[in-house]
Design a protein around this ligand. Structure first.
Ligand code: SF4
Length: 180
């Protein structure tokens, strides 16, 4: 039986969801007989591949780079999963929605110590162009299922992956559906 082609991606997030994925530890080694990790921060692949079976996406959509990667992921993945609360609701990443992009860039890159070009000054060479608002994934592309949590506990991730490997829908228990 061919292995399930799994990709993970890290958009506007803190990497905590990926850390929780790594916390699966030895169980990840056991899963490697059925899963092939084809893209993500843990893999040296520069280009998102074609024919991905499952894509676990951490973080919200905060800038043009996130937006373009997410659309590429959607076009090449059978099952796209919003992985963690930032992907599902915007969560921590969307706190900047209380401020205008212009005020933020001025405060961080011009009024504070040090000075680097803002994305609108240098064509995005240093900082990708920020979107006016941070968005959860489902406001940009169709999302197939959700794994909540900040970060999701490893057991919750394992339950979802196991269901997918068995060809079952991802049905989390009442406890596993709880956010936070
Ligand atoms: Fe980090 Fe929590 Fe967002 Fe995951 S959901 S990227 S752990 S802040």
């Amino acid at each position: 039986m061919s292995k399930i082609r799994l990709a993970t991606a890290w958009l506007g997030g803190c990497s905590g969801c990926h850390m929780s994925f790594l916390d699966l530890g030895e169980q990840l080694v056991s899963l490697s007989g059925s899963l092939e990790l084809v893209y993500g921060p843990l893999v040296d692949a520069k280009q998102f591949p074609e024919n991905v079976d499952v894509a676990l996406i951490e973080g919200a959509v905060a800038n043009m780079e996130n937006l373009e990667l997410l659309q590429e992921i959607r076009n090449n993945s059978k099952l796209l999963i919003s992985f963690g609360d930032c992907a599902i609701t915007g969560n921590v990443t969307s706190l900047r929605n209380f401020f205008s992009v212009d005020d933020l860039l001025t405060a961080v890159y011009q009024a504070g110590p040090g000075s680097i070009p803002r994305s609108d000054d240098d064509g995005g060479a240093v900082l990708p162009e920020l979107l006016p608002r941070v968005l959860p994934l489902h406001q940009v592309v169709e999302v197939d299922t959700y794994i909540p949590g900040c970060p999701p506990e490893p057991e919750r991730i394992l339950a979802a992956i196991t269901a997918i490997m068995q060809g079952k829908p991802v049905e989390l228990t009442e406890d596993q559906r709880t956010f936070g």
